[in-house]
Design a protein around this ligand. Structure first.
Ligand SMILES: [Zn+2]
Length: 140
């Protein structure tokens, strides 16, 4: 049905903001073979054509699902990294701390993480539950 070619004057189902419903409309103007302006047969209001299907909402939920999957992946990697580690042995983070690669860090905001790389003179990357953070440190 979506393959039907419309012309001005045709009847089409569209969303009406006044009726707050999908109602029958008459096409007033076409742009690129698609209805652009429609007249509501219920309230006679003329407005932009809105598809009765909620394509936008579907696309949006797909995006957040992808995002959730990505976060899940990070959490799984993080769990692998800190697995078996005793959180009580984690070093509390401070900017002046001296770290080694692989050290377990307890950060006041990010939580438990593991040092995955250290860069001279004073930077380290730590893998926390919500991803990798670049933090300052002293290299031991
Ligand atoms: Zn209407």
């Amino acid at each position: 049905m979506s393959d039907k070619e419309y012309t001005a004057g045709d009847h089409i189902e569209a969303k009406c903001t006044k009726c707050k419903d999908v109602t029958n409309h008459t096409i007033v103007a076409m742009v690129d073979d698609k209805p652009a302006k429609v007249e509501c047969n219920t309230c006679s209001g003329i407005h932009k054509y809105r598809s009765p299907t909620t394509k936008k909402a579907a696309a949006k939920s797909r995006t957040s699902a992808t995002k959730a999957a990505k976060i899940n992946k990070i959490e799984t990697e993080w769990e692998d990294l800190v697995q078996g580690a005793d959180p009580t042995t984690a070093t509390t983070y401070s900017m002046k701390m001296s770290v080694k690669n692989g050290e377990l860090i307890n950060h006041p905001s990010f939580g438990i993480g593991r040092v995955i790389s250290v860069t001279k003179p004073n930077k380290m990357e730590i893998f926390f539950r919500d991803g990798v953070k670049l933090l300052r440190c002293a290299i031991g």
